[in-house]
Write a protein that binds this ligand. Structure first.
Ligand code: TRP
Ligand code: SF4
Length: 333
């Protein structure tokens, strides 16, 4: 049980913003790894719903639905509420208090220099419309992590600047008020750019995703027009599997088929249409257990409510304990 003080395993926290169903890229880049970490660490996995508000305030009404969808994807993939604490950020108000206190420990200039922030300003075309909350994104993320005194945070490389900011705030707090927080380390999830259906990095914003809960029909529909070797114009042309998204998916999901696929592609022994049909069938089978588990949870909303409520309660108890120490260290109330 994660909240048991006798449990000496290291603590992990990670989170994901609920913006829709998870796709193959999310799965290989994070979720699959989280499932593995559950036995080795005391794990906290959080639906970062408040974080969505920093960039998608106009879609606030979708967040609650997406949070439930995220829980279903997680449970389907094998995150286990018996092993890990699975919870929703907004249901643990302690994050908001810690966010406020940490905000005193970091300068505005430091947040403005955050490379992720600068990129978002450039890519999202936000112009002058940058909220105070958006600038404070990494402070909220630090609160998420430090509320559970996590030792490690499994994240993709893109999150390293946020981890560095978290460490800075933890150090500053400890220096000023005494040792309360471990300095969390990043556990970088390595995945060579996972390709989407157009061969570019799979990403929701590019519209090139395949969902882990996709039906067999949806999988086929997405794979059929997918990006292959652009130099292979005719069935009789030899192909180059190393540039083909379909081949990368074989290596990931059907590794036992990868070698034969590459050989038959190079010798023009296999056509792309057949290659894709075979992949679609294989991937459908690969994700079938996940889909079945997901559907079973989706069919019992009352049980899902209970699982969510229980996880949030566990998280609250731990975060409240941390806040008590924070109050004491700071000499507050
Ligand atoms: N910023 C993370 C992302 O976009 C999500 C997140 C929020 C998170 N809080 C976190 C990740 C705490 C790790 C730890 O993916
Ligand atoms: Fe890609 Fe398969 Fe076509 Fe080769 S045969 S280019 S691996 S889809």
């Amino acid at each position: 049980m994660t909240a048991d003080p006798a449990d000496k395993r290291k603590i992990i926290l990670s989170g994901n913003r609920p913006t829709g169903r998870l796709h193959w890229g999310n799965y290989t880049g994070a979720l699959e790894n989280w499932v593995r970490l559950q036995d080795e660490y005391r794990c906290y996995f959080m639906v970062a719903d408040w974080h969505v508000l920093t960039t998608a305030l106009d879609k606030a009404d979708l967040i609650a639905h997406h949070s439930r969808e995220m829980f279903l994807d997680w449970l389907g993939a094998g995150l286990d509420p018996e092993k890990s604490v699975l919870f929703i950020q907004s249901q643990v108000k302690e994050h908001a208090e810690l966010y406020l206190l940490l905000a005193m420990l970091i300068s505005k200039g430091r947040l403005e220099r955050n490379p992720t922030f600068k990129e978002q300003i450039r890519d999202l075309n936000l112009g002058g419309e940058i909220s105070y909350g958006h600038l404070g994104y990494p402070v909220l993320q630090a609160a998420d992590i430090l509320a559970y005194r996590a030792h490690a945070v499994p994240v993709g490389e893109d999150q390293l600047p946020h981890l560095e900011l978290t460490r800075e705030m933890a150090r500053r707090f400890n220096r000023l008020f005494g040792d309360v927080f471990p300095e969390p380390e990043a556990l970088v999830t390595k995945f060579a750019r996972f390709p989407g259906t157009d061969g570019k990095r799979m990403s929701k914003s590019l519209g090139n995703t395949i969902e882990i809960a996709a039906s067999p029909e949806e999988i086929l529909e997405k794979i059929r027009p997918a990006y292959t070797d652009p130099a292979r114009l005719r069935r009789s042309d030899p192909g180059h599997p190393e540039v083909c998204a379909v081949y990368t998916w074989y290596r990931k999901f059907l590794p036992e088929e990868a070698e034969a696929t590459a050989a038959e592609c190079r010798s023009a022994g296999r056509g792309c249409v057949d290659c894709k049909l075979k992949l679609a069938a294989g991937v459908t089978a690969h994700f079938a257990p996940l889909r079945e588990r997901r559907e079973a949870f989706a069919a019992d909303p009352g049980k899902l409510d209970e699982i969510i409520a229980h996880g949030c309660e566990q998280a609250r108890a731990v975060a409240a304990g941390t806040m008590e120490e924070v109050h004491q260290a700071m000499g507050l109330g």
